[in-house]
Design a binder for this molecule. Sequence first.
Ligand SMILES: [Zn+2]
Length: 199
Amino acid sequence: MELERLHDIATTVAPELRDTLRLECRGDDWANPTDCIAFATRLTSMVVFIETPSVGLMLHEVGHLLPAIACPETVQKMASIWTGEKATAAMVRSGCSDLAAEWSGHDAAFHRRLLHLVHRTRRHGVDVALADVGAGGLHYAAPPLWVLDELLGDEPLRLSLLSFASIESIRAPHEFTNVFDDCRQFHEKLRSVPREDRR
Ligand SMILES: [Zn+2]
């Protein structure tokens, strides 16, 4: 999908990003140091696609930009200073180094934001499947996204008019955070067992 259309969708479902969000593509000639398929950096409110831009990929990365940085002037100033390869290098450090650290940035709060974004996008008339946003499940040591979606219940509808900062100030349903924490603790315990003892 074209970046302009993705930008429209993103700023419709997260209006607080309207003044700051930038979407960019990196072509095939760009050396990808970490095998990431896209990344986001809050410092410049920017999403960079390595693979073909899609609604699912965009929503995942926008989930990393929310709640929006309070001062759009700062974001725009940083974006205007950090241009070209300097920006790329900085974005790689800030964005992909996050991805390299397992679980970093993909906590319960992130998954909650992402589900709100998915539901808002669907209400906007754009079809997006939970499988398209690349979240939940074993890769993130989390419950499957459809389970989290069920546990979040009707919250995305009830809070659909609130900013993401306001949503974060409200406690998520405890079933949602509990199952996430349980799953994570299980994985952490599993990983603490030496590999040779895992049988
Ligand atoms: Zn991510």
